[in-house]
Design a protein around this ligand. Sequence first.
Ligand code: SAM
Ligand code: SF4
Length: 364
Amino acid sequence: MSADPTRPPETASERPDAVGPQRLVAVGRRPVTPRVGLVDSFGRVATDLRVSLTDHCNLRCTYCMPAEGLPWMAPPQMLSDDEIVRVVGLLVGLGVTKLRLTGGEPLLRAGLPELIGRLGALEPRPHLAMTTNGLGLARLAPALATAGLDRVNVSLDTVDRAEFAALTRRDRLPDVIAGLAAADAAGLRPVKVNAVAMRGVNDHGVADLLDWCLERGYELRFIEQMPLDAQHSWQRSAMISAAEVRERLSTRHELTALPDVARGSAPAELFLVDGGPATVGIVASVTAPFCGACDRVRLTADGMVRNCLFARGEVDLRGPLRDGADDQELVRLIRGEMWRKARGHGIGAPDFTQPARPMSAIGG
Ligand code: SAM
Ligand code: SF4
């Protein structure tokens, strides 16, 4: 048996939980699965894949990118549908069970229903979700549902039109609202809403946003703002913490924390609202990181596998793919990258620096 800490195990007997106490630092909530999947050197196993379909976007959220946008990837830089299906197929073979399409704005990718149909035909079929800003969803939701998309998360930080326009730098709130309704009508349920609260911008309206979602049966979750904006303007002192969001919501509603088991490895702390059944989630990605239970892996639109949003490195699959690499070689690259996953994101550590890629180019 080899216990070389510099490379991932090849067989079940080499799993981190099988190689002695030095590896018993497994920090995930679930046990390592019997077959060797996307395991890292801390014993966590990735089963949740985020695929960025493009880095382009039609909004300019202030916590994400500058007003002028970014130097977008050119089409040849991006993986083709065939390349995405091949890589995702390999990852499904390595134990990925949940797939989330994101970006940039994933709805901007041409031929999206066809791609979703192909991803849904993989065996075993992964659960298929999408994170979107909702622009264009009113038109596309029925085709996406027919193609096999299971659910959507729509990002919406405020239901005040002027605030929305200030925050996203586009006056498109009615389109997002129409997109949410269309997703619900198409059965892409439960429809979830993702929100980031920003001090002095939309933080005073968090309870209004919750009421708006409760009225429509959408599940709301707040996410702490992270240092992943292209402008590098994030400041911890300016961030609205999960505790602050909870405090603000509690002025209007009774929140009862659900036990951790209810969320599994999902990062949101869930609360019953006024005794339930409705819930609200609060993701303390910065103030209470969930890295110990992380089960995520990411594929960027230009074909890089990343083991973490905050990873400083990534492995290129596009080059080898286009140079004719066989599946075995691609799997070796992917597993090597996962093995290098750090214990935690390190925000707050004295040596923390923001990753070079912004959230929009990684896939949020
Ligand atoms: N454009 C799509 C959207 O907005 O839903 C998908 C990509 S976006 C990068 C994915 C999620 O990341 C969104 O919910 C967005 O609010 C969130 N996000 C972007 N920048 C963030 C930041 N600096 N901190 C926390 N969340 C962020
Ligand atoms: Fe676009 Fe999403 Fe970033 Fe907003 S958060 S600018 S919608 S990628």
